[in-house]
Design a protein around this ligand. Structure first.
Ligand SMILES: Cc1cc2nc3c(=O)[nH]c(=O)nc-3n(C[C@H](O)[C@H](O)[C@H](O)COP(=O)(O)OP(=O)(O)OC[C@H]3O[C@@H](n4cnc5c(N)ncnc54)[C@H](O)[C@@H]3O)c2cc1C
Ligand code: FES
Length: 331
């Protein structure tokens, strides 16, 4: 069976036909990933040596990236021994993902097109997640959609989701027109590798668009109880929307010692705050990118644009983490 080598020297044997992310996970090696369906690019890495086979279309790669040797390891299997330019997550052990029943505890409109859903787990359920991770909610007929967890503390067995309505969306139709308290659903999770890494002596910057604020809220909440050695030099949150209504809650209510910068792309003339896009707003502050770590969440367009402009301006590639809200593969 082919042997897969990573940049930090770790290696594993790839099971025939298995994608590289799952093959690694089966021996407790975690490669960065999120959607696992070739759309979000979180698992993007370069093949330095050897041959891999695409198991599914790599929607999250451009033709130029494919020509340069980039692959999406969640939808590629090893054909020969392979050397990849990627590191695993080291000592981090992800909480086990499980499929559990849950009920809707409450539904609250936070804006015309955003609803907060509180899901209640069975009292005996043992569910843990790292702030920033997401779950898949499985609705009637097996429809499955991903939603980030917006709360860090789940001691009371409730999970908070912030859901934006998508026109013509199957689950949007459910959340905004049919869902009611006590509805029975299933969830699978926690999922993904979007969570805070080493922060010491770094400036921590969050970039969010729309409901991309959900995992940022969970991460901010976790910072309020962080050990001093995990405390960054500074924390700044840039939250972008078209108009003020898109910024549907006040992140300053979370006591994480952070600076909050609302950014509007279609602001009315009376708006005196920052205009444009979150990544440009960050660059306009002339940040010390050599000592900054960025966590970006929300639209795929923002994440691609932020990554390319921040890396070009000097942010080390290993200090950009993202979770893209790409559409689901199944409809
Ligand atoms: C890791 C991850 C985390 C996510 N977390 C959240 C979250 O916390 N909150 C949240 O609101 N959403 C989140 N999403 C998006 C969510 O999973 C759904 O894709 C979205 O809500 C649409 O589902 P739907 O069933 O309403 O629409 P669908 O029935 O899936 O789609 C209807 C139509 O709209 C298109 N479409 C779907 N999404 C988009 C989009 N974003 N932009 C443009 N067109 C689109 C589809 O291609 C389709 O044509 C997340 C996605 C991922 C991958
Ligand atoms: S593209 Fe591989 S995890 Fe999303």
């Amino acid at each position: 069976m082919p042997v897969v080598k990573l940049s930090n020297g770790r290696e594993f044997t790839a099971t025939a036909g298995a994608n590289l992310v799952d093959a690694a996970l089966s021996v407790d090696i975690t490669l960065p990933h999120s959607c696992k369906t070739g759309r979000c690019s979180t698992c993007k890495c370069k093949v330095l040596q050897g041959e891999t086979t695409a198991l599914q279309t790599e929607t999250g790669l451009t033709d130029a990236e494919k020509a340069e040797g980039w692959i999406l390891s969640c939808v590629r299997s090893a054909q020969t021994d392979v050397t990849l330019e990627v590191e695993d997550l080291g000592h981090v052990v992800l909480p086990p993902s499980k499929t559990l029943p849950c009920r809707i505890n409450s539904l609250d409109r936070l804006a015309t097109d955003v609803v907060r859903v509180m899901l209640r787990l069975p009292p005996t359920a043992d569910f843990r997640s790292l702030p920033g991770q997401y779950i898949d909610v499985i609705g009637s007929g097996g429809v499955r959609r991903s939603y980030s967890l917006a709360n860090a503390n789940m001691a009371d067995k409730t999970l908070e989701l912030h859901i934006r309505a998508v026109d013509g969306g199957v689950m949007s139709d459910y959340w905004f027109k049919q869902a009611k308290a006590n509805d029975l659903l299933r969830l699978n999770g926690p999922l993904g590798t979007f969570f805070l890494r080493e922060l010491k002596q770094l400036h921590l910057v969050f970039l969010a668009t729309g409901t991309g604020m959900a995992p940022v809220k969970a991460m901010l909440e976790s910072l309020t109880t962080a050990e001093p050695e995990q405390t960054p030099q500074s924390v700044t949150v840039f939250w972008g929307g078209r108009t003020a209504e898109d910024l549907y809650f006040d992140p300053q209510a979370i006591p994480a010692g952070h600076r909050f910068v609302p950014v509007l792309s279609r602001a009315p003339t009376v708006w005196t705050g920052v205009r444009g896009y979150v990544q440009d707003a960050l660059l306009a502050t002339q940040p010390d990118l050599a000592h900054t770590v960025v966590y970006a969440c929300g639209s795929d367009a923002m994440i691609r644009s932020a990554k390319s402009s921040l890396l070009a301006a000097g942010l080390p590639a290993t200090r950009f983490f993202a979770d893209a809200f790409v559409p689901s593969a199944s409809h």
